[in-house]
Design a protein around this ligand. Structure first.
Ligand code: PHE
Length: 439
């Protein structure tokens, strides 16, 4: 088995928590509530659930099944189907590398804000403060290096001793903190209004555009299309039966975090009559402003940034592991060298992403700064391309039923149809939408 001379997961729960760690990230916490708010609340939620458990599920099972059957890194696993399909794995690895580059910049910001929230009144975390921090040339980069170091440290220790062990601590902690914050939100004036808005379905907001944002969000949130599940699937213990329930659990946990994030954020926004933003504005400006007015707000702020830190870290771990598995398979590099070499490479890669907020903010590629360009290329182009190509390779050239992921032949036949037709068609639509060709 190609798992860097180390044992794979010691148990299914190890796989579930590590894979859920990959899926649960900033996508759930800073993007999901915003998309839900603007796309019909409960109606969006319903659509999202349906999408996740049909197309999302197909892609997660497909990737995990590829890794489980071929037991190799994404490139070598795809080569088992056809020697010329190795490039499909490479597309994923390139996407992961770019995402890691900008994700760790945000990871660095989170670490800085954690330190800040612990040592300053939160009311100082203003818009101006955020702007002046992210535009500095060196300090944010130092935090990015620290964040990458934390990620590399865990991956360096191995699959079982590093990723699995730490996921088993970090994921439960993440849930506890998130529950705590949701409960805190419940006690805010107007909390009910916020919750009502989040859960009340407004079907008039549902249209084809909503459907595409739903799919796009589902792919990014599940971390599919990049070979992460191939890599993690290869570390599953070989058994008579493929652990299909584990894939479902990963999706369920990812969805649960998204829903809880909504239940934490909506009441807060409604109580303070603020408008819902996505991304950095939401987590670094709007929410700290809200926490600042709470009694013991600093504690809430610290808990919140620990939560974000855990969510981001368990995602970046999976990104490094994909590339480490590949470097090991391709060049025979031992884990230690692969991790150190790749982490250093990522530090260099993070430089333009970080400087995009200051010194190099005027440098534009196709009208985007470095950060947005990287995000767009990886999330909107490479990720759907990777997912699409995997579906085509397995669906049309191999036969998804041969992965034997389900116990019954009938279920495998349905799965094969999903992989062959429904999933690639859906991915293609998301891609076309992301390119703006439908507008
Ligand atoms: N799924 C993660 C999130 O929602 C993002 C991610 C992308 C993780 C790519 C791993 C790989 O934030």
């Amino acid at each position: 088995m190609d798992n860097n001379n180390q044992a794979g997961w010691s148990s299914k729960i190890g796989f579930i928590l590590a894979a859920a760690g990959s899926a649960v990230g900033l996508g759930n916490l800073w993007r999901f509530p915003y998309i839900a708010a603007y796309n019909g609340g409960g109606a969006f939620l319903l659509l999202y659930l349906i999408t996740l458990f049909t197309i999302g599920f197909t892609l997660v099972v497909l990737e995990t099944g590829i890794g489980y059957r071929f037991r190799k890194n994404p490139v070598d696993s795809m080569k088992q189907i056809n020697k010329r399909f190795g490039f499909i794995g490479s597309v994923g690895i390139i996407a992961v590398t770019i995402i890691l580059g900008f994700y760790s910049v945000v990871g660095g910001w989170i670490m800085h804000y954690l330190v800040f929230a612990a040592s300053h009144p939160l009311s100082n975390a203003t818009q101006e403060y955020f702007q002046s921090f992210v535009s500095r040339p060196v300090l944010p980069l130092l935090y990015t290096v620290l964040f990458l170091f934390a990620t590399a440290f865990i991956v360096y220790r191995g699959v079982q001793e590093g990723i699995e062990k730490y996921s088993k601590i970090m994921m439960p902690l993440l849930f506890v903190l998130l529950f705590g914050l949701v409960v805190r939100s419940f006690f805010l004036p107007n909390a009910a209004e916020g919750l009502k808005y989040f859960f009340k379905p407004d079907f008039s907001k549902i249209n084809s555009m909503t459907f595409f944002s739903t799919l796009g969000q589902a792919f990014f949130s599940l971390s599919v299309g990049m070979g992460i599940f191939i890599t993690y699937g290869a570390y599953l213990p070989e058994d008579k039966k493929f652990p299909i329930g584990s894939s479902a659990s990963v999706i369920a946990l990812d969805t649960l975090v998204s829903v809880l994030a909504g239940m934490m954020i909506f009441p807060a926004i409604f109580s303070f009559n603020l408008s819902m933003n996505a991304g950095p504005t939401l987590i670094f400006i709007t929410l700290p402003k809200i926490f600042a007015s709470f009694p013991f707000g600093s504690i809430v702020g610290v808990v919140f940034f620990i939560l974000l830190f855990l969510a981001a870290l368990t995602s970046t771990i999976s990104m490094i592991e994909v590339s480490v598995a590949y470097l090991h398979g391709k060049y025979g590099l031992p884990r230690s060298k692969a991790v150190i070499g790749y982490a250093i490479f990522c530090v260099v890669l993070a430089v333009p992403f970080s400087l995009a907020f200051g010194l190099w903010s005027d440098v534009k590629i196709f009208g985007y700064n470095f950060f947005d360009f990287g995000d767009t290329v990886a999330s909107n182009i490479l990720l759907p391309a990777g997912g699409f190509l995997m579906c085509v390779a397995v669906g049309w050239f191999y036969g998804a039923e041969k992965l034997r992921v389900f116990a019954s032949d009938k279920a495998n036949a349905v799965f094969a149809l999903m992989v062959k037709y429904l999933a690639p068609a859906a991915v293609l639509l998301v891609f076309i939408d992301a390119m703006g060709w439908l507008k």
